[in-house]
Design a protein around this ligand. Structure first.
Ligand code: NAD
Length: 317
């Protein structure tokens, strides 16, 4: 039931860093959007920031001419959460990352919103099941985890809770696509996919600095220009397949010897190496790569990397 006329109206609860971006995107899509915050004054200030921010985006050529006027026309500040959600088909919560505060807000939202409204949370890392208990009707509640700044970062992780209906998931996917986003449904575990990986990487980056291996500046320089450079095109599994899982196996053994057990070869990788599934060079790894596809993959990779090098040089100038 993905439907281009849904939602007619929306509410953003918490119009800070993330909520301000949601408000801009929803309003820009022609959806009447009301914002609420801890006080009417904060809601009005948040609305103003969203409109003024869009004017700057327009001047910088990041939003089309007229975008800020469209946003101003569709966006209104509410006096309370109840006021914001009273007529909303879609509600997105973006208040601070505290389970109790969010649960309190959900109780108010569920009481005041129309029965058919879909309610989403933008929590970064709280499992959706831990928040779903706040709802009498969990079928219409789910996580939509966006990335800052939400206007430009494509991904939205869509996380169904224990009771979310399939129809609600489908509707939200449709809305995210309409807002120009790239929704991916993922499972409900702390940090979901992106933050679990991102925070694990950051923890290791902090250890690299604590161990005196590199400064924060050096870590950032190396990460951006090495594996970070590839990430716009390939995820970790594709990269591992292209590097060779036997190469990873050998690297993990060396890492474990120097840095300890947390770097032991992951069991599924060891098994795949034992089975000869070494990645693209063997035609199979985490993905199947038929031999006739390999030249196309390599040529596409080289074109993409060369184009990114050029873009980064241009942006540097
Ligand atoms: N900033 C990020 O990079 C990012 C990315 C993804 C997800 N998130 C998540 O999005 C949520 C919001 O984060 P943010 O960075 O926009 O925070 P923020 O502090 O910029 O904004 C939060 C807003 O919520 C308001 N607020 C707080 N308690 C409220 C309440 N009880 N009722 C109504 N409004 C209330 C605050 O006044 C503020 O305007 C958090 O759950 C966070 O983890 C943040």
């Amino acid at each position: 039931m993905s439907d281009a006329s849904w939602p007619r109206s929306a509410a953003v609860i918490g119009v800070g860093t993330m909520g301000g971006g949601f408000a801009q995107l929803l309003a820009l899509a022609g959806i009447a959007t009301r914002v609420a915050d801890s006080s009417p004054e904060l809601a009005a200030a948040g609305r103003e920031r969203a409109v003024e921010g869009a004017r700057r985006f327009e001047v910088d050529g990041l939003m089309a001419a007229g975008a800020a006027d469209t946003i101003a026309a569709q966006l209104t500040a509410a006096t309370s959460i109840e006021d914001a959600v009273a007529d909303a088909d879609f509600v997105i919560e973006a208040i601070r990352e505290d389970p109790a505060t969010k649960r309190d807000a959900f109780a108010v939202i569920e009481r005041a919103a129309p029965g058919g409204a879909v309610i989403a949370t933008n929590t970064s890392a709280i499992p959706i099941r831990d928040l779903a208990g706040a709802f009498r009707d969990g079928t219409r509640f789910l996580g939509t985890h966006w990335f800052n700044p939400p206007q430009w970062v494509p991904c939205v992780e869509v996380i169904p809770g224990p009771d979310t209906s399939d129809a609600v998931v489908e509707r939200v996917h449709g809305l995210m696509r309409r807002l120009g986003k790239q929704p991916t449904t993922v499972g409900d575990a702390g940090g979901f996919v992106a933050n679990r990986i991102q925070f694990a990487m950051f923890k290791e980056a902090v250890s690299v600095v604590a161990d005196g291996v590199a400064t924060p500046e050096q870590v950032d320089e190396v990460v951006r220009a090495s594996f970070g450079f590839r990430l716009p095109f390939f995820g970790p599994f594709k990269i591992a397949d292209m590097a060779g899982l036997d190469v990873y196996d050998g690297a993990y053994r060396a890492l474990e010897q120097d840095l300890g057990e947390r770097f032991a070869v992951p069991a599924p990788v060891a098994q795949m190496v034992a089975d000869g599934r070494l990645g693209t060079k063997a035609g199979a790894g985490f993905f199947d790569t038929p031999p006739d596809e390999l030249p196309r993959l390599t040529a596409g990779r080289d074109r993409s990397y060369a184009a990114l090098s050029k873009l980064l040089e241009e942006l540097d100038r």
